[in-house]
Design a protein around this ligand. Structure first.
Ligand SMILES: Cc1cc2nc3c(=O)[nH]c(=O)nc-3n(C[C@H](O)[C@H](O)[C@H](O)COP(=O)(O)OP(=O)(O)OC[C@H]3O[C@@H](n4cnc5c(N)ncnc54)[C@H](O)[C@@H]3O)c2cc1C
Ligand code: SF4
Length: 478
């Protein structure tokens, strides 16, 4: 424990965000960082609990939080970094965009504000880069076995990084122009600057990982091709099949999936070549975002920066309570109202609203008919059922509608179809080693557990890498 009385002496200090008036004029990251001294003070708040729920029940990666907090308080950044990297391949990603599941189960959070674990993590890795502790670490010995990783989102990158350090030859294929998956193309620059991804990719390349972009595996190259060149394959293609809204008027122009809008903005900032005729822009438009989650919130922030005339966001579920709901007691991840940095920038949010119809003129969407709903628990108990509220219909003007209602699964994938890989409720099935029903073909991330979080994709990547290592170890008789 860093400082026995730390949690009594210091309060939680979040670094905060750039002023709204300034940040909406650009796409640069909005969150500020605490200085090293403040971070050491924040680390002193850790109580080094006998049972650290943050580590066990909270962080999916099982980051060893109390241990790195103590090293940070003592100013031993290298030791803190070694502890952090023992469980987290890329703390520069989780330190920036993890919702900090750990903080929901911090013991201090029972009656005070939890420790700023995510901020401490970010400072450790950034100090690591700054002080030169993070350097390329190619494996001391190369094995003959090679692994192909299909998809370069956080899951695929973790598989590649882990196996490369174990000595396997790793090639990462992705159909996109640049690696990173949703880190690069979904999450806006104002939450995660893309130089952070590039810095990691350069490191991985220097360590021997090979990236092949603009290759759609299953179509540009076949499983036969991979099987001849690799000893194992890991599928980490994500779960990008967006949920649609099949109501009258859906085929009007101006209604798009949120990801198409977000991907374009990230590609624009990345100076990628795009057809201007296909531009989806909120500039001067009345925007309606349907779906109240993180993807919807990213659409709000992006629309505001593009100069939308008006931004609204509707959600079919009821408004969560302002503080932890009794249905998710500590140490569970609290169900409660979350206000993102984008929500603080403008726009209006409405809950318990369902979409009935899109209406338009000359084939273009102009308005959306909505209705208020309530969620009623059936008399005999069970899951609440949605009921429209009589007389609560209303119409709002909108000439850009963004559908952000979540993802149903990986969608069609030729390689999966050709190999007849077993699926479970649309996702790719696997055994306890993350292997599919095809020997030597593994799976990791959203593609198998459904759309989730970066930290969960990374955790699953570590699991898949361990499974592949065990499988290839058996093959070589290790
Ligand atoms: C808009 C948005 C914002 C989000 N914000 C956050 C956040 O702030 N914090 C958080 O924790 N989580 C966030 N998430 C969730 C998180 O990004 C995902 O859970 C995570 O990226 C999943 O990682 P993955 O590696 O499994 O898949 P992905 O990141 O989707 O990567 C899959 C990769 O596979 C490639 N691919 C697919 N098929 C093929 C093929 N046949 N051949 C070659 N390549 C292929 C794709 O091009 C892609 O690059 C967000 C998600 C979205 C959509
Ligand atoms: S990865 Fe996320 S949950 Fe884990 S310690 Fe970091 S911020 Fe907390």
């Amino acid at each position: 424990m860093g400082k026995i009385t730390g949690f009594m002496e210091y309060g939680r200090r979040d670094p905060g965000y750039r002023p709204v008036t300034e940040r909406v004029k650009d796409f640069n990251p909005v969150e500020l960082r605490n200085g090293a001294k403040e971070i050491q003070e924040q680390a002193a708040r850790c109580m080094d609990c006998g049972t650290p729920f943050c580590h066990g029940a909270g962080c999916p990666l099982e980051n060893v939080i109390p241990e790195f907090n103590e090293q940070v308080y003592q100013g031993r950044w290298k030791e803190a970094l070694d502890i952090l990297l023992s469980t987290d391949n890329f703390p520069e990603f989780t330190g920036r965009i993890c919702p900090a599941v750990c903080e929901g189960s911090c013991v201090l959070g029972i009656n005070k504000d939890p420790v700023t674990i995510r901020q401490i993590e970010l400072e450790i890795i950034e100090k690591g880069f700054e002080l030169g502790y993070v350097q390329p670490r190619p494996p001391a010995k190369r094995l003959d076995q090679r692994v192909a990783v299909i998809g370069s989102g956080p899951a695929g990158l973790v598989v590649a990084d882990t196996l490369n350090h174990l000595g396997y030859g790793v090639v990462v294929y992705d159909l996109a122009e640049q690696p990173g998956g949703i880190l690069r193309y979904g999450i806006p620059e104002f939450k995660l600057a893309k130089w952070v991804i590039d810095r990691r990719l350069r490191l991985m390349e220097a360590e021997g990982v090979v990236f092949e972009n603009q290759v759609r595996v299953g179509e540009d190259i076949s499983y036969h091709y991979l099987k001849n060149r690799f000893d194992a394959v890991c599928l980490s293609g994500g779960a990008r099949e967006a949920r649609d809204l099949k109501v009258p008027g859906r085929d009007l122009k101006g209604i798009h999936f949120a990801m198409d809008f977000l991907i374009q903005q990230n590609r624009r900032l990345g100076n990628e070549t795009m057809d201007p005729a296909l531009d989806i822009l909120a500039t001067g438009k009345k925007v309606l975002v349907i779906g109240g989650g993180d993807t919807g919130s990213d659409c709000v922030g992006t629309s505001i920066r593009q100069g939308a005339a008006e931004v609204r966001q509707v959600e079919i579920m009821p408004e969560p309570p302002p503080t932890r709901s009794p249905s998710t007691p500590w140490p569970m991840w609290p169900n409660m109202l979350r206000v993102s940095s984008s929500h603080k920038e403008g726009g209006q949010r409405q809950w318990s609203v369902a979409t009935k119809e899109f209406t338009g003129k000359d084939g273009e969407v102009k308005a959306v008919k909505l209705v208020g709903v309530e969620w009623v628990t059936p008399a005999g108990g069970g899951r609440p059922v949605m009921k429209e509220k009589t007389g609560s219909e209303f119409t709002i003007e909108a000439d850009l509608v963004l559908l952000a209602m979540g993802f149903s699964g990986p969608g069609r994938n030729k390689l999966v179809e050709d190999l007849e890989i077993r699926t479970v409720a649309g996702a790719i099935g696997r055994d306890s080693r993350n292997m599919t029903n095809i020997p030597g073909v593994f799976v990791a991330g959203d593609m198998t557990h459904g759309a989730s979080l970066v930290v969960r994709a990374m955790m699953d990547g570590r699991r898949a890498a361990a499974g592949i290592d065990a499988y290839l170890g058996d093959q070589r008789g290790a």
